[in-house]
Design a protein around this ligand. Structure first.
Ligand code: ADP
Ligand code: MG
Length: 616
């Protein structure tokens, strides 16, 4: 079979995505290969398909048991023999699997890196034909990343011990140069084909909401997205507990995850989420590594994470199946302070020497600042994130809360000048609150102590509401007319740019949301069918059909003891609703329905569609 036939027969897809083909062809040509593609881009197929075409066995190195289980489950569901070898197996199971492997039953074997250089495994490898070593989540090899796994360093040692050097391929979603160079160096890839695709995830909607009642806003969101699976990230364990309790009281099926729970409970709750028994999970940032659940339809953040890297990683767990999904950040003023505390008391940094610790602290502070600006920018949110990672796009995506809000241009020159003037005349010694209180003319003890009540700009903006003054101050920081120092005093300073602006009497025009447009923004993205993100074009009948197909999928998943999304993805169910297949032939044209899966479940889904449409 050629690669297209395999794609159709086992995976049920008609065509490759950008760059999948290049990577597959490179591997098949016997070249080392490195693929850097965002989450959900479809990296697994890039090594799985060549593995089925090459003579010999492909070993896939993966950092986590849950990831291996997920992938092997998917492959078996698709009718491909695959196994994993890791510490979740008993000794008996391990030797049994290894025995089958020796007989050549598995073209694909997932192995934990720790296993590679054990005696039995080396013996097995020396007596088998290992055609390829595929390193998944390859960034785990780099100390630069957040997920460094020392055991990954054993991969090279293992490869060097093999009688024949196999093709080595590596895959990751981490795009920084340091990490990429580390992967190539440490794995000693030989003149690798390197394919990097953009970081953009077009199917994700990004939103920021600045609401007073965050709990209420999140509850509203969940009410309008009933039946969908999603993650709610909170900043602290306590927030997780509170949020979870309130949601349960309000009748939602949720579970929780944070580092304060026992291993046993964490595992159970994670499984409940993956198997859709509790479609919603409330968690701290401890949750998510190794979660490949493809039907996560939303990721809500109740509180701002510490940097854009974390945010994009967490939010990126939505919509792996490529179907529309939503990432909404509910921002609150307290978030900056909470994160500041995390930075100041970072346990991980305690072992560092004072100089390094200070450098790390400053870096974290800078990252936090960029994250904060994300919550305030009026520009395209997607663009803001991609720019942060060094990618430049157009300034309009049409699928984020800023692009979907109507803005008006407001002249804020007077406010900007008063703020910069106040900073200048008080000799750049004070923080944001003092500056704002001064121009607003507040009569507080602090202002009197600092004698800011005799500053020339005292009360200059007495009529302007403070939230507006703060908005402009944020804007001036975002545009680098002002900056706030990263030391503990957080003093507002002028920049070169502000000097120039004053000199040539520059006008300041700021984009602000039209006040009347606030309401839709606060209830979520507009113009969508609230129960199914991305299903805005569904008729009522199709929406009902989707519900029935989803129920059937749950039923089958229970019988097969696999997570529902491994039976069929949300995307596949959506296609079924649109195509409404009546025959085997028609069903096989649905994206994600391969022959093997059709044999197993096809008729049941056809019957379900028939009944729902009343033409049995
Ligand atoms: P990654 O490892 O890059 O995050 P996965 O390999 O888990 O992504 O794939 C994400 C999803 O995309 C899976 O549901 C997979 O079946 C699907 N997918 C992969 N390749 C294709 C394709 N060519 N056409 C349609 N869907 C695909
Ligand atoms: Mg993957």
């Amino acid at each position: 079979m050629n690669k297209f036939e395999i794609l159709k027969k086992y995976f049920g897809y008609d065509s490759f995505r950008d760059s999948q083909e290049t990577l597959i062809d490179s591997i098949l040509a016997g070249k080392d290969t490195l693929g850097i593609m965002p989450t959900g881009a479809g990296k697994s197929l890039c090594y799985q398909i060549p593995a089925l075409m090459m003579e010999g066995i492909t070993l896939v190195i993966s950092p986590l048991i849950s990831l291996m289980k997920d992938q092997v489950g998917s492959l078996n569901q698709a009718g491909i023999h695959a196994a994993f070898l890791n510490s979740s197996l008993t000794t008996n199971q391990y030797y049994k699997a290894l025995g089958f492997a020796r007989q050549g039953r598995y073209p694909i074997i997932y192995v934990a890196p720790e296993r590679l250089v054990t005696e039995e495994f080396l013996d097995f490898s020396a007596n088998s034909h290992i055609a390829m070593v595929a390193v998944d989540e390859a960034h785990c090899i780099s100390q630069w990343g957040q997920d460094f796994r020392p055991a990954y360093l054993k991969i090279l040692e293992f490869i060097e011990k093999l009688p024949h050097r196999p093709v080595v391929s590596a895959f990751t979603a981490t795009a920084t140069k340091e990490v990429r160079d580390d992967i190539i160096d440490i794995l000693q890839l030989r003149e690798p084909t390197v394919v990097t695709t953009g970081f953009d995830r077009g199917n994700l909607y990004f939103g920021v909401m600045n609401v007073k009642d965050r709990y209420g806003a999140i509850r509203n969101y969940l009410e309008t997205h009933r039946g969908d699976s999603g993650i709610i990230y909170c900043l602290t364990r306590k927030h997780v507990e509170d949020m979870c309790q309130r949601l349960i009281r309000d009748g939602f099926s949720v579970t929780r995850y944070h580092a304060g729970l026992s291993d046993e409970e964490r595992r159970r709750n994670q499984d409940d989420f993956i198997y859709d028994r509790s479609p919603i999970i409330v968690a701290t940032s401890a949750f998510g590594m190794g979660i490949d659940k493809s039907n996560v339809r939303f990721v809500l953040h109740c509180g701002m994470p510490k940097n854009i890297e974390s945010y994009y990683q967490e939010a990126g767990r939505a919509g792996r199946d490529g179907e529309p999904a939503e990432c909404v950040l509910y921002y609150g003023g307290q978030d900056v302070i909470t994160n500041q505390l995390f930075i100041d008391h970072d346990q991980d940094n305690q072992e560092l020497d004072p100089v390094t610790r200070e450098i790390v602290r400053k870096r974290d502070q800078e990252r936090l600042k960029k994250m904060t600006f994300y919550c305030f920018t009026n520009e395209c949110l997607r663009d803001y994130i991609l720019k942060y990672f060094g990618e430049y796009k157009s300034n309009y995506c049409g699928n984020c809360s800023n692009c979907m809000t109507q803005f008006q241009e407001v002249d804020v020159t007077e406010i900007a000048r008063a703020l910069m003037g106040c900073v200048d005349s008080s000799r750049q010694r004070y923080g944001t609150t003092v500056i704002i209180d001064t121009v607003h003319g507040a009569d507080t003890a602090k202002i009197r102590n600092y004698r800011m009540n005799s500053n020339p700009f005292y009360g200059a903006l007495a009529k302007t509401p403070t939230y507006r003054i703060r908005q402009v101050l944020n804007y001036l920081q975002l545009e680098e007319y002002l900056y706030v120092t990263s030391d503990e005093y957080a003093v507002v300073k002028l920049t070169e740019k502000s000097g120039e602006a004053v000199k040539d009497n520059r006008q300041f025009v700021m984009k602000m949301a039209k006040e009347t447009e606030r309401t839709p923004k606060e209830t979520g993205s507009k113009g969508r069918n609230k129960t199914q993100p991305g299903h805005e074009n569904f008729t009522e009948q199709e929406t009902a059909l989707f519900g029935r197909l989803r129920a059937l999928r749950t039923e089958i998943a229970k019988e097969e003891k696999v997570p529902p999304y491994i039976v069929f993805s949300d995307k596949t169910l959506t296609h079924m609703c649109i195509l409404k297949p009546k025959t085997r032939r028609e069903m096989l044209t649905v994206s994600g329905v391969g022959e093997f899966k059709f044999e197993k479940y096809g008729e049941r889904f056809l019957a379900c569609i028939g009944t729902a449409l009343g033409n049995t």
